[in-house]
Design a protein around this ligand. Structure first.
Ligand code: MMA
Ligand code: CA
Length: 259
């Protein structure tokens, strides 16, 4: 027995309620499964949404990584460029520094030689100042241009070496003639007198007694020096010729010393 409910009439059985039959129950059963299906669909959708969000995030992330990598590559490229530029600059500076070091060495040596010549000049100035100071000559000596000369006594005559020895014993040496004025001063005392010039060390190489070479032409008589008989290494000055002649060093003449 089944009671039927007429939905239209709202009455049960023969126009009122009656129990439902098997078909009704099966229809009722499929209507009650609908919400489960939707939940599944929603879950799938949510899953897909989640998946697409994850995929989107992964895509975004990899894009960000790519951008970051590009930035890094650019940064590395720039840094490499900068490093190379700095390296080039450093090499240039090294070359420059080497050149400067060389220049410094040259300047240093130039400075040293300049300093040496300055010192030499200073010494010369001191010497000149000393010699410029008014000299007083010993008794028996003659002063000329602020220098003292010893003129050997009348009729005394010695060889060149003995004349020189006499001068040295007086703390002087045979006269060194550097100017015409000095030559004129010397020659006026005697007809012939030894001066401090000889080529005893090397024939033809005229040296003063202080070791210096004869500079310039000197004041030779015409045709002198002639090393007559290959035996003339010492120089005398004669009043008559007013100039020099080479003579045998063993000849005895007057002599003139210079302090
Ligand atoms: C002398 C002697 C030489 C000089 C000649 C010049 C003969 O030798 O004084 O030294 O050169 O005269 O004629
Ligand atoms: Ca001669």
């Amino acid at each position: 027995m089944s009671v039927k409910f007429d939905s239209k009439s709202g009455e049960v059985g023969g126009g009122g309620w009656s129990p439902m039959d098997a078909d009704d129950r099966s229809n009722y059963g499929s209507r009650s499964q609908s919400p489960v299906w939707w939940i599944g669909a929603v879950a799938v959708c949510l899953g897909l949404l989640l998946l697409s969000i994850i995929l989107g995030m992964v895509a975004l992330n990899s894009r960000a990584i790519n951008q970051r990598d590009t930035k890094f590559e650019y940064l590395i490229y720039n840094l490499t460029k900068d490093r190379d530029a700095v390296r080039d600059e450093r090499n240039q500076l090294k070359i420059h520094s080497n050149n400067l070091t060389k220049e410094l060495l040259i300047l240093q040596s130039q400075y040293n030689s300049m300093a040496a010549s300055r010192d030499e000049l200073q010494r010369e100035v001191s010497q000149l100042n000393l010699s410029r100071a008014e000299k007083t000559c010993l008794q028996g000596w003659v002063k000329f241009n602020n220098k003292c000369y010893y003129v050997s006594p009348n009729r005394a005559a010695k060889t060149w070496e003995m004349s020189r020895k006499d001068c040295q014993e007086r703390g002087a040496d045979l006269v060194i003639i550097t100017t015409k004025a000095e030559l004129d001063f010397v020659k006026k005392h005697y007809d012939v007198a030894w001066i401090g010039l000889s080529d005893k060390q090397q024939e033809g190489k005229w040296k003063w007694v202080d070791g210096s070479d004869l500079e310039g032409a000197g004041f030779w008589q015409e045709g002198e020096p002639n090393d007559h008989n290959s035996n003339e290494d010492c120089v005398e000055v004669s009043r008559t010729a007013s100039a020099w002649n080479d003579a045998s060093c063993d000849t005895k003449f007057s002599w003139i010393c210079e302090d």
